[in-house]
Design a protein. Structure first.
Length: 91
């Protein structure tokens, strides 16, 4: 009887070791996949930032001054200012 109990205890311990080893392995793989996704996301963000550095960044300002009728004509002054705010020089 004692021999059977010892065998069952040894088998149970072996199965528990296998089970927890498998769970630990699974957790490590999941962490590794999460790290790879995080690194991939960081690389994509870095690439997007690089693309934004070379993108057009133009500031538009538009103003209009109305001076009213003078000698039968309406006089309006339209001012448009375009400023290149980007790093890329446009020709």
């Amino acid at each position: 009887m004692l021999n059977i109990i010892n065998t069952l205890i040894a088998a149970t311990i072996s199965l528990l070791i296998l089970y927890f080893g498998h769970r630990l392995d699974k957790r490590r793989r999941e962490e590794q996949v999460a790290k790879q996704k995080e690194l991939s996301a960081k690389e994509e963000a870095k690439q997007a930032e690089q693309n934004r550095l070379h993108a057009d960044r133009i500031q538009f300002e538009l103003a209009a001054n109305y001076f009213g009728p003078q000698n039968g004509h309406y006089i309006v002054e339209i001012i448009m200012v375009l400023t290149n705010k980007g790093l890329v020089r446009k020709k």
